[in-house]
Ligand binder design. Structure first.
Ligand code: TTP
Ligand code: MG
Length: 383
């Protein structure tokens, strides 16, 4: 069975306003609004929690906000500065885990692979406070939805949890708009059918809900029960790893191509293993004499990083799509990475175990002596 990891949602409090307070300490404790010109159609980007007490909210016209809170100080904002601080926050998150989905300038989901989510949340809260002097809130749970709501409930400047068994007590009393995907229009529609709280939504028959909300009904129903299977969309620096060879002379020799593909698969496999990024999609690139170039891909149910597994895929792709020789270039690309921890932890067969050991040794040699140190049998036949 796959191990479950805690998920954190980290979100800075009143981000733009907090940065303004950081840079100008006289503003601390005061109602401030960062937003556009009140004479025009300027809206509130955000406001300090002191201004929120008066009912000021993001996206509200600044004119209205100033009516609600006349003593608020209006600031135009400084996006370059907010981006700079966002980068510093990002750097702190990356010290704790590589599994991060950055959602916006001040918000990210983190997947916890070691320790408990709560301890990690506390640590992040501590470091952001200590090093950046900014308030941040962290929600911890087993999925994105509950982590996000845990964070909303914890705000401001706090770490909170919301576990699945607390859904009836803590999630159900909240208004339906806390559920992702319920914007003002859907909210209005649901209200008109008497669905006001998350509990109302959870208890509403799914079939009837489908008539109101179409295909989103199932996910809304799941969310209302605290179920959320969305994965973290983790951005890696590289979206793909690839290698290619242009032959000194165009070739008609299939065996030669097979050997080249084997070598390229070894190169790509080595890099995938060094980065700890098994890939689900393997692609073949093929260029013909007339420079016509094709790419053919296969997406696998399970991510791979073994040389022979990659080779098997590209060889099959080549044999299926090789077209009319001569060939001028071949390439192998791996994409759609998964982190190693996400891979199913099924026990390996003795053959797989052996292959893994062999690869480890090969990788060590390659690291030490470079790629020419090892030749596969196919490659030798080419030489
Ligand atoms: P949020 O995290 O949504 O808001 P926040 O950080 O100001 O307050 P909270 O404590 O509730 O998290 O957005 C982050 C920043 O993005 C916010 O400081 C300003 C900007 N923003 C806008 O410019 N327009 C908007 O409508 C929203 C919601 C945010
Ligand atoms: Mg925020």
């Amino acid at each position: 069975m796959k191990k479950k990891y805690d998920i954190l949602l980290c979100d800075l409090d009143a981000f733009f306003a907090s940065v303004e307070q950081l840079d100008c300490p006289q503003l601390i404790g005061k109602p401030i609004i960062v937003g556009g010109n009140p004479e025009g159609r300027g809206v509130v980007a955000t406001c300090s929690y002191e201004a929120r007490k008066f009912g000021v909210r993001s996206a509200m016209p600044v004119k209205k906000a100033l009516q609600l809170c006349p003593e608020a100080l209006l600031l135009p904002g400084n996006m370059a500065r907010y981006k700079e601080v966002s980068g510093q926050v990002r750097e702190i998150f990356e010290r704790f885990t590589p599994d991060i989905e950055f959602v916006s300038i001040d918000e990210a989901y983190l997947s916890v692979t070691q320790g408990t989510g709560y301890d990690l949340g506390k640590a992040i809260h501590f470091v952001v406070r200590k090093e950046l002097h900014l308030p941040i809130s962290v929600g911890v749970s087993e999925n994105k939805l509950l982590a996000k709501i845990a964070c909303e409930l914890a705000k401001p400047d706090n770490v909170g949890t919301l576990w699945p068994d607390q859904v009836p007590a803590l999630l159900w009393p909240l208004p339906v708009k806390v559920i992702p995907g319920i914007g003002p229009a859907t909210e209005k529609k649901l209200h008109s059918y008497g669905i006001k709280t998350v509990k109302d939504l959870a208890e509403y028959p799914e079939d009837t809900l489908r008539r109101l909300c179409g295909k989103h009904a199932t996910s809304l129903h799941h969310y209302a029960h605290g179920i959320d299977n969305r994965k973290l969309e983790i951005a890696h620096d590289a979206k793909s790893i690839s290698e290619e060879i242009t032959f000194p002379e165009d070739t008609h020799d299939r065996k030669y191509i097979h050997a080249a593909l084997h070598e390229l698969s070894e190169g790509v496999g080595y890099r995938l293993r060094s980065e700890g990024l098994p890939a689900r999609t393997i692609s073949l690139k093929l260029r013909f004499k007339d420079f016509q170039t094709i790419t053919r891909s296969k997406t696998l149910p399970q991510a791979i990083d073994g040389d022979s597994e990659i080779y098997l895929v590209v060889k099959t792709l080549f044999d299926l799509h090789c077209g009319k020789p001569p060939w001028r270039l071949v390439g192998v690309k791996a994409s759609e990475f998964e982190h190693e921890e996400q891979i199913s932890l099924l026990p390996l067969t003795p053959e797989e175990e052996k292959e893994k050991e062999l690869l480890l040794t090969k990788d060590k040699l390659r690291k030490k002596y470079g790629k020419e140190v090892l030749f596969s049998a196919t490659r030798l036949s080419k030489k």
